[in-house]
Design a protein around this ligand. Structure first.
Ligand code: LP5
Ligand code: MN
Length: 262
């Protein structure tokens, strides 16, 4: 029996941090005004810019504010959380304090009578071999246990180094996507096909790549639909593309809800 709900909003990649106050405010408004209109909210990872342990949240007024907003929302709707590549250390303590339910990545869910496979999306970027090696190490429970024993300032410093290294990698990958060559950091058709085949499904929803779009795809006789969620950023107008959106699924089908115009 798979998890079922009649209507849902799905979001990911908000990368919440105190340095992005407008984005954070839109999330708080989302919790107050948009989210209570559906039965369930699915957060498909990277809600936070980074997460180095639940104990850090107790020391951060910003993370406490997010915790409060989620706890309040969870009294009105079900909230499901799936780890991203930046917040895979969100743990039992934070989940219990916010009332969120952790889902495995991938998870198959029935929303409004139709089945979807949900994942963060980083596991689908199989052409990014350096990242996949990195991922396989940091997802090992014993590596995480050791990391969580480090002093908080060491953990923050490691996370910041990883973030700045990641920024350089990303710029390189964007260059390689020019001239029609698919970016190394995008998902591969083979990985999408495999995750859907394993789940006996033909509808996939993920975030991570920050390339929001509805795709119809096929590979070797297998075809499917794929919806990519948008990241959120209302704090860098110079980028020319302020963005905040959610995927809405209800009896009317699947649609992108623009949370800037809303
Ligand atoms: O999210 P995004 O788009 O920035 O980039 C990802 C990949 N980057 C990352 C790193 C994150 O940005 C920052 C991580 C913060 C985590 C906090 C907790 C850390 C503690 C972990 C300890 C258990 O995931 C990026 C991908 C990109 O998506 C596209 O898919 O390319 O990958 C990288 O930048 C990683 C490099 O490719 C490999 C780096 C190897 C570095 C080896 C250092 C090992 C340190 C181990 C620490 C315990
Ligand atoms: Mn991500």
């Amino acid at each position: 029996m798979i998890l079922q709900c009649a209507s849902a909003l799905l979001i990911s990649d908000l990368h919440l941090s105190p340095s992005m106050p407008l984005t954070a405010q839109r999330f708080f408004d989302f919790c107050e005004k948009d989210a209570p209109k559906v039965e369930a909210v699915f957060i498909l990872g990277d809600l936070f810019e980074y997460w180095v342990g639940d104990d850090a949240a107790l020391q951060s007024p910003f993370q406490l504010e997010v915790k409060h907003a989620l706890a309040k929302l969870s009294t009105k709707v079900k909230i499901y959380y799936l780890h991203g590549n930046r917040d895979f250390l969100v743990g039992k303590y934070f989940l219990s304090k916010t009332g969120m339910t952790l889902l495995p990545d991938p998870s198959k869910i029935d929303i409004a009578g139709s089945e979807y496979v949900l994942c963060h999306g980083d596991s689908l970027c199989t052409a990014d071999t350096g990242y996949q090696v990195f991922r396989s190490w940091v997802r090992k429970p014993w590596v995480q246990k050791l990391f969580l024993r480090l002093p908080l300032n060491w953990r923050r410093s490691i996370a910041n180094q990883l973030r700045s290294k990641s920024g350089v990698q990303y710029q390189k990958a964007i260059k390689s996507s020019v001239d029609g060559v698919q970016a190394k950091t995008d998902v591969t058709l083979a990985a999408c096909a495999a995750v859907l085949r394993d789940a006996s499904s033909n509808q996939l929803i993920h975030g991570h790549t920050h390339l929001p779009k509805h795709h119809h795809e096929q590979l070797q006789g297998q075809d499917w639909q794929r919806w990519v969620l948008s990241d959120w950023d209302l704090d860098h107008p110079e980028s020319g593309r302020p963005r905040a959106s959610a995927l809405l699924i209800n009896q009317g089908g699947v649609s992108y809800a623009d949370l800037i115009k809303a």
